[in-house]
Design a protein around this ligand. Structure first.
Ligand SMILES: Cc1cc2nc3c(=O)[nH]c(=O)nc-3n(C[C@H](O)[C@H](O)[C@H](O)COP(=O)(O)OP(=O)(O)OC[C@H]3O[C@@H](n4cnc5c(N)ncnc54)[C@H](O)[C@@H]3O)c2cc1C
Length: 420
């Protein structure tokens, strides 16, 4: 796997003041940064790593995000990146393949999930943004402290090039992910949920004759997702919360045995999984802030709400937050002003989609995932559910909920027209 464009700190002299400084160059921060800079807002994005290279950080670009990229004239660039397209999510039951969600049935412009390495996706956004005179990206720059004056946030301190620097801002945005430093600094109240599972991620080679799409296998207290990544399988081995240490202590053979039981046709390539060092643990979290903002400060993306992997919606919600924040804030930021009402409006707009999505994830976790992980026998889809998922009104719901989501955001016409 290759990393594409990286950005070096030498690309720029750090400014001392900007209209908007965004901590975190993930999907939320890069999308917001691109949109604000495009509309003429002087924007700085700080990213603590030296590149965007992350393995298994979630590579699902959903139809709603593809539509946003289309609106921005970036869809061809995205689709030119090496990717696979998934139009169905299926479960292999004792009675054969059962389709849980079929994106190809949706009447939308991009009826599929594009699986694009996240570093390529972020590098594409960064390359696009760097063409704008109003955009700056500082890599290896770690936001550490909020600057607070007169009851509001007026900037931040960050570590770069071996020294602590201070930048003054009209708006500081925490897009620094689920372990957000700035959110902790702001001491905003948070609601924690308790998902019942964690995920072990690893890859296996993919043969051209293999099945395609995203296919779940379930049975014997196990649930495994196989995600088609073109020339390899991204495998998600879903385990009960907290069980990772015990499973990994048994060595890689315990994981291979589980794979053998549910997917024996992969036996010929299990040797490629040499040790537990090839397995990455995702400790599944789910939470959301009660309040996303302080005067001069806003949290978006995982910093505002960590999502569980159910539906693979984390990236897309992060992007939607970025779009909603840009729609509401670009205009006041071009006037170097931001009031509390505009920040509260971003939270109001995005709270409902966040809560609805987390409620649906909790339902799937409780009714399906927990049930599978605690039942010894083979897994089948209950006849009543099979019946309902044949009804035209119900059938498309899972694909629409995952692919399009609740209240999908698009850049407003005013934002699109306000190009520098
Ligand atoms: C193992 C794993 C698998 C996942 N799989 C999926 C999936 O299949 N589909 C899906 O939709 N979602 C998935 N997710 C979730 C998804 O990655 C996140 O929901 C999404 O990336 C959130 O975007 P974000 O921009 O809010 O935060 P992040 O993507 O976490 O980006 C935050 C960025 O901020 C940087 N940063 C952190 N602290 C600082 C700091 N102090 N200063 C400067 N920079 C900082 C980080 O380096 C990072 O680049 C997965 C997550 C994990 C951990």
């Amino acid at each position: 796997m290759e990393a594409s464009a990286t950005v070096k700190p030498a690309d720029m002299r750090p400014p001392e003041r900007v209209a908007c400084c965004i901590a975190g160059g993930g999907p939320a921060g890069m999308m917001l940064g691109l949109l604000l800079a495009r509309a003429g807002v002087d924007t700085l994005v700080l990213e603590k790593h030296k590149d965007f290279l992350r393995d298994f950080r979630g590579d699902t670009v959903h139809p709603s995000t593809l539509q946003v990229l289309d609106d921005l004239g970036l869809i061809d660039k995205l689709l030119a990146l090496r990717h696979s397209q998934v139009d169905k999510v299926q479960l292999l039951t004792s009675r054969g393949l059962f389709t849980i969600g079929d994106f190809s049935r949706l009447r939308i412009k991009y009826p599929y999930i594009a699986l694009v390495p996240q570093w390529d996706f972020l590098s594409m956004l960064a390359d696009e943004a760097k063409r704008l005179p109003t955009f700056r990206l500082l890599m290896e720059a770690e936001a550490q402290r909020l600057v607070r004056e007169s009851g509001g946030v007026t900037g931040l301190q960050y570590w770069a090039d071996g020294q602590m620097r201070t930048i003054r801002t009209v708006l500081t945005v925490a897009a620094d992910g689920r372990h957000s430093t700035l959110r902790d600094q702001a001491k905003l109240p948070i609601v924690e949920n308790s998902p019942p599972m964690d995920v072990l991620w690893f890859s296996l080679p993919r043969a051209p004759s293999d099945f395609a799409n995203i296919v779940f296998r379930a049975g014997g207290s196990k649930l495994i997702a196989f995600i088609d990544r073109f020339d390899y399988w991204q495998v998600g081995y879903i385990i009960p919360k907290g069980a990772a240490q015990q499973i990994l202590a048994q060595g890689v053979d315990a994981v291979k045995q589980g794979l053998h039981e549910l997917a024996p046709e992969f036996d010929d390539r299990l040797d490629t999984l040499e040790s537990v060092d090839h397995i990455k643990l995702l400790t599944v979290q789910s939470n959301r802030l009660r309040r996303w903002w302080l005067p001069g400060f806003l949290c978006i993306g995982d910093a505002a709400h960590a999502m569980t992997p159910v539906g693979g919606v984390g990236i897309n919600l992060a992007i939607q937050d970025g779009v909603a924040a840009a729609n509401a804030l670009w205009s006041p930021l071009t006037r170097q002003r931001i009031d509390d009402g505009s920040l509260a409006a971003v939270q109001r707009r995005r709270t409902w989609p966040t809560e609805m999505t987390q409620a649906m994830q909790a339902l799937v976790q409780k009714r399906i995932i927990h049930a599978v992980l605690t039942s010894d026998g083979p897994v089948d889809v209950p006849p009543l559910l099979r019946f309902f998922l044949r009804l035209p009104l119900v059938r498309d719901f899972p694909a629409r909920f995952v692919g399009v989501g609740v209240r999908p955001e698009r850049p407003s016409p005013a934002l699109l027209a306000a190009r520098v």
